[in-house]
Design a binder for this molecule. Structure first.
Ligand code: FAD
Length: 344
């Protein structure tokens, strides 16, 4: 089967990897001069399920994606995988209520998800924290850019190859994995571009002690080679990837509010901005494009693309190759591009 993948970010590279696992020969077309040219180009990212208070399609999707990612990362080399654990601080009443309900309703073994007091959280993190937290011991960080490279090792990739029209490509199946540029080919999808900027800071004597990922209104990662990554701004009203200095201050300010004192002496040494694609209900769009038999979509991965792109790839390969599906029918329906079709 000839499979053409449009877009060489996490979504496209994961689909390519999954087809290769099935003995197929996918081809990736990437507009930019390198893979991971868009949102997937960060040197470091956290992998986390998106927590919902209730069990439902999104909880089932992200739980399956998390478990699959942990299995997959073990198989890949040179992706900077650090399963150091992640603390989600309950720094607002709303978050506290939601995460308590998450733990109750998802009902995972405490070995893999549990609530911890602020003193236990402080011990895990290696720094004094004032909030209780949800702790995911298997969570951690990865290098999204390197993950794209690992997925596509030995796969034919055409760089500097923007696809203008789908008819320009000859293939049995075409997968649109080009972020918000999917709109070029399927204009009626409710995909919203959301700009984001991460900030890199030099470790201080205090910050160098931090041993796990910490999430609040932003996130803070332990130092790698003396540098921390802080993320990330979330700007639905902006659709450009120019650097904004003020965004670094915003990322540092959010850190200061969550862990006062940790911001002291942090020196900004780098930043990167790019555009996430999200859908109207913040759930990815995965499945067959309306009215086009051989065209499939993996897009709108929002802020959770490390996990959701991999699960999307698995589901698309199941669909395209006529295999039993890796997710239940209600989850597949909730992800489907058809869910936005207007009822008449
Ligand atoms: C600042 C920031 C921080 C983030 N942090 C995290 C994190 O910590 N953890 C996490 O899980 N997620 C994180 N995310 C989200 C994650 O990065 C995205 O969900 C993910 O990268 C989306 O991957 P993608 O392949 O769909 O899109 P992209 O990576 O944007 O890839 C789309 C690709 O398609 C190419 N393209 C576009 N048009 C065409 C065309 N016509 N022909 C060919 N190619 C085309 C583009 O050049 C691009 O390379 C973050 C996002 C941002 C912006």
């Amino acid at each position: 089967m000839k499979v053409a993948i449009i877009g060489g970010g996490l979504a496209g590279c994961a689909v390519a990897w999954m087809f290769r696992q099935m003995g197929q020969e996918p081809v990736v077309y990437e507009a930019g001069p390198t893979l991971a040219n868009g949102a997937s180009g960060n040197v470091s990212g956290l992998y986390n399920p998106r927590f919902s208070a209730l069990r439902g399609a999104d909880a089932d999707f992200y739980a399956a994606a998390y478990s699959m990612a942990l299995r997959t990362f073990k198989m890949l080399d040179d992706i900077d995988w650090c399963p150091i654990g992640v603390l989600h601080l309950m720094d607002t009443d709303k978050k506290e209520k939601r995460l308590h309900r998450t733990v109750k309703n998802w009902n995972w073994s405490p070995a893999h998800m549990r609530l911890v007091s602020s003193s236990e959280a402080s011990e895990i993190a290696g720094i004094n924290l004032r909030y209780d937290a949800l702790y995911l011991p298997d969570g951690g960080s990865i290098a999204p850019k390197k993950l794209c490279a690992a997925y596509t090792r030995d796969i034919e990739c055409h760089l500097n190859s923007p696809v203008e029209y789908l008819d320009d490509i000859v293939a049995d199946v075409k997968v649109l994995a080009c972020g918000s540029a999917v709109l070029k080919f399927v204009p009626d999808l409710p995909i919203i571009p959301v700009r984001g900027q991460i900030t890199q800071v030099k470790a201080t004597q205090l910050s160098a002690n931090i041993k796990c990922g910490i999430c609040y209104d932003g996130y803070f990662m332990p130092a790698k080679d003396g540098i921390h990554t802080l993320g990330a701004t979330f700007q639905p009203d902006q659709n450009h990837s120019d650097i904004i200095k003020q965004d670094n201050q915003e990322n540092i300010q959010k850190l200061a509010e969550a862990i006062p004192g940790l911001e002291a002496g942090l020196e900004v040494v780098g930043q990167r901005a790019s555009i996430r694609a999200t859908s109207r209900n913040r759930f990815p769009i995965i499945g067959n494009a309306t009215g086009q038999d051989n065209v499939y979509i993996s897009a709108a991965h929002g802020s959770y693309g490390v996990l959701s792109s991999l699960m999307a790839a698995h589901l698309l390969v199941d669909m395209i190759m006529g295999r039993p599906r890796c997710l239940p029918a209600d989850v597949i329906k909730a992800l489907s591009p058809q869910r936005f079709k207007k009822r008449v």
